[in-house]
Design a binder for this molecule. Structure first.
Ligand code: ZN
Length: 272
């Protein structure tokens, strides 16, 4: 009898333990899926713009996700890319590729990279464009000291003439608009991808923009200027990208790709 009670108690204890473990791993799984793997942005930034644009162009023939497959294969398995890409061209899907003798960890890396490129589609064809219409120059100044080292530069400055037209890099919703101390006349767009796209120091904000209103990719944001803390600096657009978790990422490597895409699109338009 005592044995029986003890047995029941142990069983209950075991069930509670199992439930507890299931709950913990479920919680971890949820959190892991929402966190961006730390190696993703270094990987994204390592992709040469020529490679990205080439994958976008050639990927068109391989379906809507072809660009991501080409990029992941070329950047991960350059020594085997010919055979793999040939299979894609013959109509085989990425999931059904014959990886031959490629090491499983390398295959997994290529698969993971493709998934991340699709999940965070900065390089999806026609999804983004370059924010400046007209003459400009820019360099990578992300992380540079500002206000004597009190803060870091959290974006890219694109210099040009006052009044140069500025456009939205992506579709989204106007979240902030108007004056603030540092940004001057500034516009913040919540992109459809969840990121916050920030345009500062404008001379003038486009009058049709309203808080809460949708904007399309390529729609006018305003004109380049030197408002806010750019009062004494040459005219420029400060462009920033903030992730939903509050981290500002370096827009420079992304701008390099979007710039090339926009130039190609113009090429096509001119040729037609
Ligand atoms: Zn700036």
């Amino acid at each position: 009898m005592l044995d029986h009670i003890l047995h029941r108690r142990l069983q209950t204890l075991a069930s509670v333990l199992v439930l507890f473990l299931v709950a913990i791993s479920g919680w971890q799984l949820l959190h892991r899926s929402s966190a961006i793997p730390s190696e993703f942005y270094p990987y994204l930034y390592s992709l040469p713009p020529e490679m990205v644009v080439k994958a976008q162009t050639e990927g068109r023939k391989l379906g809507s996700e072809g660009w991501a497959a080409l990029l992941a294969i070329r950047s991960t398995l350059p020594e085997s890319e010919e055979g793999l890409i040939m299979q894609l061209r013959k109509g085989r899907s990425f999931q059904d590729l014959d990886w031959g003798g490629i090491r499983p960890e390398q295959v997994k890396l290529a698969q993971d990279r493709r998934s991340l490129l699709l999940k965070y589609p900065y390089f999806e064809p026609n999804r983004f464009t370059f924010p400046v219409r007209g003459k400009y120059w820019y360099e990578d100044s992300f992380g540079a000291d500002r206000e004597g080292g009190k803060r870091k530069h959290e974006g890219t400055d694109l210099f040009g003439a006052e009044g140069t037209p500025l456009i939205s890099v992506s579709a989204g919703k106007v979240e902030q608009l108007g004056w603030n101390r540092l940004g001057g006349e500034r516009v913040g767009v919540r992109g459809d991808d969840g990121n916050y796209y920030y345009y500062a120091h404008l001379q003038m904000i486009s009058p049709q923009l309203k808080k809460g209103r949708r904007v399309e990719k390529g729609e006018a944001i305003g004109m380049m200027g030197h408002s806010g803390d750019a009062l004494t600096t040459p005219d420029h657009l400060h462009f920033g990208i903030e992730l939903p978790n509050g981290t500002w990422i370096n827009p420079y490597p992304l701008l390099k790709v979007w710039e090339r895409q926009a130039a190609n699109a113009k090429d096509v338009a001119n040729r037609v």
